[in-house]
Ligand binder design. Sequence first.
Ligand code: B16
Ligand code: MG
Length: 219
Amino acid sequence: MIKLVIFDMDGVLTSTTHEHFSAWASLFKHHFNLEIDPLLEVKTKGVSRLESLKVLLDHYGIDINESARLSLAQEKNIAYQQLIAQFDESKCLPGVIECLEVLKRRKILCALGSASKNGPFLLKAIKLEKYFDYVVDPTLLRSKPYPDIFLKAASHFGISPQDCLGIEDAEAGIEAIKRAGMFAIGIGPEQLNQADLKVKTFPEISQKLWDEILRGKKE
Ligand code: B16
Ligand code: MG
């Protein structure tokens, strides 16, 4: 029986993928005069800021020290925050509010399990804060695909991972949910083969299907 649902942010509640990637693109143009390949976007999805930077630096064979990395990551974040400054409730992805209402009616706990340190800001901006019982702080935890973020949410409530469900749009995130021993819903355009259930958008999950999933009958 599912007692806790852990939501990812980017690609699940709202989409910030474009904003993250354009902030990286301006940074690489400015510092290295490089146009970053759009195909790299998928590799930066769901992983932490520093991991995303590593993916891009490794791809272009750029070797810089730790303090230069931290400074680039900080600069990227300033650019990113400018791009999301005007986010409001119109940025919620289709069916998100209806899904949160279903869970609230059934008294199922909800947590945010995002790799983003901007998660609390976004949750407030898109007016979903009232639906969430807990927000995991990813600061000291290992980045997805490690299961830490999902396990932290479960342990906060003392709920067994098998009574938790995670919802993710990225390969790294689905792997993290499965490594945590939880039921994984994959959402969005990617294949996400490891997911227990894969949908393109929330409205695809009917009331009947929610019933089955929440009762743990959907294997
Ligand atoms: P920040 P999610 C992830 O969000 C993004 O998909 C990823 O591109 C980003 O690097 C990461 O958050 C960290 O974000 O720089 O704001 O701390 O999918 O885990 O909600
Ligand atoms: Mg995501």
